[in-house]
Design a protein around this ligand. Structure first.
Ligand code: ZN
Length: 113
């Protein structure tokens, strides 16, 4: 069994629609995943590797959202429990400031794609 080859799901979602769209299936195979290579608009490509790369990018983006949600939750927690002691308050606020900086950094990463 070739575990690297396209799965049934990939054949259904990637290869079949591509064939229907008029892309030409070549008699060469992708050295990475074993899928047939396709040619469209003069370009040879592996649709399965492109699909997998895209899924990977999407799951990384999902993780960023989770991290951002966790940061927001922590920020809300800190904001709802501000200490009355001035020194403690200062530490508290600088922690909140760092969280806000992190959130902004994550947003910049997401927007930079
Ligand atoms: Zn491939």
């Amino acid at each position: 069994m070739n575990v690297k080859g396209p799965t049934d799901e990939e054949i259904r979602n990637v290869i079949t629609p591509l064939m229907l769209s008029g892309a030409k299936m070549l008699d060469r195979h992708c050295p990475v995943c074993g899928s047939p290579l396709f040619e469209k608009d003069g370009k040879v490509f592996c649709p399965v590797c492109e699909y997998r790369a895209k899924n990977k990018r999407d799951s990384i983006a999902d993780r960023n959202v989770d991290v951002e949600a966790a940061l927001w939750a922590k920020l809300a927690e800190l904001a709802s429990a501000l200490p009355s002691d001035v020194n403690a308050l200062e530490k508290h606020l600088s922690a909140m400031e760092k969280i806000i900086e992190l959130i902004l950094k994550y947003r910049a990463l997401e927007g930079g794609e």
